[in-house]
Design a protein around this ligand. Structure first.
Ligand code: PLP
Length: 227
């Protein structure tokens, strides 16, 4: 696993340099869904510190089992409002906020814990009927709505684009998310930072970096195929 991780690090580094970006501006989020706590510990030994999980119950068990204060856990899966309280306790960043209802619930839970919860707004950049995420044309309005919630801090945008074998075909969607970020940034909304762009997975992270990704979410390329 160490070799695979080193290789991915190297590819991130090269992809960033190739477009004149600082390699340090791209965070590797290791997507550890379906992977047991032991595997996560090995990844930590190999130097990884940021892990992305999709399912709350599974994640809670593993966060407790691994119990390593050096780690940062991100929630990247689909989230229902009634599960917000579980996510606010354990996760530093929630990538998948796509409705005001969900954001309001996260805000309420964060207020109870006297915490300000960092989030990303998930955008359904290709308008696919099967995917979560706010529609591109409604994203600005959603960001404005969420910006009024004092216990939430919006850090940027996330997307899960359509799947293609060739990364170059995904690139227009990465570009579209990057543009949307600029539009929202230009609107200058209080309490909204648009510093993060979470996009790119095992098969296409280099294209995402070329379009400005600051977080790449990589599972299979680190841990192998999920069973
Ligand atoms: C599973 C998952 C990933 C990782 O996908 P790989 O192709 O295994 O790298 C990234 N983002 C989200 C939201 C996921 O659910």
């Amino acid at each position: 696993m160490k070799d695979r991780i080193d290789q991915i690090r190297h590819r991130i580094y090269s992809a960033a340099l190739a477009c004149d970006r600082d390699p340090g501006s791209v965070t590797l989020v290791a997507v550890s869904k379906n992977m047991p706590a032991d595997t996560i510990r090995k990844a930590v030994d190999a130097g990884l510190r940021v892990f992305g999980e999709n399912y709350i119950q599974e994640a809670e068990k593993k966060i407790d089992a691994v119990a390593d204060p050096r780690l940062s856990w991100h929630f990247i899966g689909h989230l229902q409002s009634n599960k917000a309280k579980y996510v606010v306790c354990g996760f530093d960043l929630i990538h998948s906020v796509d409705t005001l209802k969900l954001a309001t619930e996260i805000h309420r839970q964060a207020e109870k814990l006297e915490k300000v919860q960092d989030i990303l707004v998930q955008v359904n950049i290709a308008g696919e009927s099967t995917k979560s995420g706010v529609e591109t044309r409604n994203a600005l309005t959603l960001v404005e709505g969420i910006s009024r919630l004092s216990h939430i801090r919006i850090k940027g945008l996330m997307t899960l684009p359509p799947f293609f074998d060739q990364p170059e075909k995904v690139r227009p969607y990465f570009m579209a998310l990057s543009r949307l970020r600029e539009e929202i940034q230009a609107a200058g909304i209080d309490n909204v930072e648009m510093t993060e762009l979470s996009m790119g997975m095992s098969g296409d992270f280099e294209a995402a970096i070329a379009e400005g990704a600051t977080m790449v979410r990589i599972g299979t390329a680190i841990f192998g195929e999920r069973l």
